[in-house]
Ligand binder design. Sequence first.
Ligand code: A2P
Length: 352
Amino acid sequence: MNIQNQEQSAVSALPANPSVAIVGATGAVGAVLVECLENRNFPLSQLKLLASERSAGRKVAFRGGDLEIQKLDVHAFEDVDIAIFSAGAELSRAYAPIAKAAGCIVVDNSSAFRMKDDVPLVVPEVNASALSLHSGVIANPNCVAAISSVALASIAAHRKIRRIQMSTYQSASGAGQAAMDELNDATAAALAGEAFEHSVLPHPYAFNFFSHNADIEGDGYNGEESKVIAELRRLFDLPNLPVGVTCIRVPVPRAHGMAISVELDAPLAPELARELLQNAPGVRVVDDRKANHFPMPVEASGEEEVLVGRIRTDLGDPSGHSLSLFVVGDQLLKGAALNAVQIAEALLATNS
Ligand code: A2P
């Protein structure tokens, strides 16, 4: 059954100032979720920070005070209205049903429910209308799908997308805080001429890049690539869209890059594409050909907007229907935490 055809099941209305919980609050995404809620002045009555027993009791600064990390357990959601999960698919599968049964709306950052018919997969700039069809759980997309879809949304609204081909340059943050730490430690060791035993990622990370660490599946694509393909189809509501992608892990802390070629149903002049992108929500055009200045991780890190540049006709498509773009977005913000907070904001907006 398709989500679009489904009746919305009864979900209790949210209070104007909901009680919010973050599951995985000590992780790379969890920490940025706390920052986002604070920076965007999210109207919450209580913020509950949940993590494993290892972190219980640790203090996290929020709005001028300190919040104590609490151990996640089955009772954690009893006084919570919105629970944002960012602690991996296994924990989401185990605890999201418990949170939902306790009356919470779950915004899940893991891959656990992204392909479920009764769980909308939402990027507010792309398919905000899908949100109204939720029945207690909303999925936050994979970081590459989220960032690339924001870059493509204004073009998709103007021309029909026929095909997407992309290569990614993905940062350490996508593999969690431990991978970010490994990048720092491996780089420091390499600069000091010391040996370093990598333990988080499968290959040496300093001054190196490698095919994304997700397992390779039967079709030769890795798990990350399969998620990007399936999720872009779902976000654009184009179930048969041909999408090809190669995902590469690069030694960058927290912003993902992607070189995208998008084939359209008719040619789109780069000048018009630039204009569409300049007016697109969540996008900043960085496309200074004279200065050779285009999107870069150092300029995208910490930024809410997705940077888009290298806007040109793809000469690799003889029909002239394809456009090339280079896109960089903060993996922890638009690729994860910010999108989840925007979903929560949209829930409140539709609630009022
Ligand atoms: P903790 O720091 O207590 O281990 P990242 O994706 O950056 O690796 O973060 C993973 C997040 O998931 C962390 O906040 C981590 O908490 C949390 N987490 C991992 N295992 C559990 C668990 N069994 N119960 C609750 N939280 C967990």
